[in-house]
Design a protein around this ligand. Structure first.
Ligand SMILES: O=C(O)C1=C[C@@H](OP(=O)(O)O)[C@@H](O)[C@H](O)C1
Ligand SMILES: C=C(OP(=O)(O)O)C(=O)O
Length: 430
């Protein structure tokens, strides 16, 4: 049965300081790279969300010893060559990141793998990673002419490529670089717009030789990785929900501590500044090779804006909550160049627009984004997350602005990236 939550906040404001769970992108990569490395790696502040648990389960099926104690994960491996052929299909759950990065690794291993995911992941395009892997010589096939899960891989020796991805995707870049790590020779990926660079940073921490030059990354093949410990920073994509909540809820002031501030991820801070939100970033420092800091947002008078171009990959997961922010801004907000939203857990142009319209917002979808006219008084409604964690959390934050009750159906999916979301929201309510 689909879960259901009644949300009724009645003029409550938000105040206080919290830490959000570990970064999802970094948690996935830490488990993957530690599984490919020789030795024992301890990962702290790991995100125990369902997506990252799918990554752990995949490597356990290949014989890697992985133990988890709350948000600490210990991975022990004898390196890439010690991975074994799994005796069962690998379940990727809801996780696009697990799917695209793992395919890059499996394509270079001399075994057979079959991969499947949930209903949402089974609709998401996998050709974006299969096309370059085919060019490297991988044998991969799947449903719908090899475009969709379930997919089967007959891995083997790969040849290097120089790849120019047609989509702006860190998952594609990372999948090709990981295949490149197993190939003979050097592989490069050249992007038109730089996407999140956690793969490049963390592979170097695991001892890999890799060169980066503007938007091009080159990796040497047939390298071995050495285990290292990873401390995962707080996830700025999770923090974004509370940053926006504080900006739109009268009399609020919220600080999120120890948030990852990698420049390929901080587009949300720039958008909040552009929309005249009262925001400060303090106590900036570096932990485990990634910049972190504390972000404070106070309730603000918000201005509409235009969001387009190179910033889009740096805010791609934050666009649902930015759309809600725009409903409370003076004037119009236009979001463009974001067609990639159509290929997420849901078509996030459609799901954001439909949901916010049910709250009474003035929002319309376009082929590559949305147009939002503020400032709207939102009202109660009975809405569905569509099984998309970011839509579920956007609905919960929108409910803070509603006098009457909101019914959120299928809120369980929030555990994909933020299992303790409602506990943290409760801590901030006064
Ligand atoms: O590499 C990653 O960890 C991710 C990249 C992004 O996806 P795309 O590469 O499809 O843009 C993002 O939406 C996803 O949540 C995580
Ligand atoms: C798109 C997302 O994740 P993934 O692609 O890993 O499913 C997300 O977390 O918003």
């Amino acid at each position: 049965m689909v879960s259901k939550k009644r949300l009724h906040f009645q003029d409550q404001s938000l105040s206080g300081t919290i830490s959000v769970p570990g970064d999802k992108s970094i948690s996935h990569r830490a488990v993957m790279f530690a599984s490919l490395a020789e030795g024992k790696a301890t990962i702290t502040n790991f995100l125990a969300g369902e997506d990252c648990l799918s990554t752990i389960a995949a490597f356990q099926k290949m014989g890697v010893t992985i133990e988890r104690f709350d948000d600490t994960v210990v991975v022990e491996s004898n390196g890439i060559q010690s991975l074994q052929e799994p005796s069962e299909p690998i379940d990727l759950g809801n996780s696009g990141t697990t799917a695209r990065l793992l395919m890059g690794i499996l394509a270079g291993l001399p075994y057979h793998f079959s991969l499947y995911g949930d209903a949402s992941l089974s609709k998401r395009p996998m050709d974006r990673i299969i096309v370059p892997l085919h060019q490297m010589g991988a044998k991969i096939d799947g449903r719908d002419n090899g475009r969709l899960l379930p997919i089967s891989i007959r891995g083997g020796q790969l040849q290097p490529i120089n790849y120019h991805p047609p989509v702006k995707s860190a998952q594609v870049k990372s999948g090709v670089l990981l295949a490149g790590l197993l190939a003979k020779g050097s592989t490069s990926v050249t992007e038109t717009t730089k996407t999140r660079d956690h793969t490049e940073n963390m592979l170097q921490a695991f001892g890999a030789r890799l060169q980066t030059n503007d938007n091009q990354v080159t990796i040497e093949g047939e390298q071995s990785l050495k285990a290292c410990d990873i401390e995962v920073p707080g996830d700025i994509s999770s923090a974004a929900f509370f940053l926006v909540a504080a900006a739109i809820t009268p009399n609020s002031s919220v600080t999120i501590q120890d948030v990852g501030l990698n420049p390929t991820r901080t587009g949300i801070v720039e958008v909040l500044q552009q929309m005249k939100v009262d925001i400060q970033v303090n106590h900036q420092r570096t932990v485990g090779g990634e910049p972190i800091g504390d972000i404070t947002v106070n309730a603000s008078s918000i201005q509409g804006t235009t969001i387009d171009g190179d910033i889009i990959p740096r805010i791609i997961d934050e666009i649902p909550i930015i759309a809600l922010l725009a409903t409370q801004a003076k004037g119009e907000t236009v979001i463009k160049d974001a067609e990639e939203l159509r290929y997420k857990e849901t078509d996030r142009i459609e799901s954001v627009v439909n949901t916010l319209q049910q709250f009474g917002a003035h929002i319309e979808g376009t082929h590559d984004g949305m147009i939002i006219k503020g400032e709207s008084q939102l009202h109660g409604c009975d809405v569905h997350s569509y099984g998309d964690h970011r839509i579920g959390m956007m609905i919960a934050i929108a409910s803070l602005l509603v006098e009457d009750e909101v019914i959120l159906r299928d809120q369980d999916c929030i555990a994909v990236s933020y299992p303790q979301f409602f506990d943290d929201l409760q801590k901030l309510l006064s």
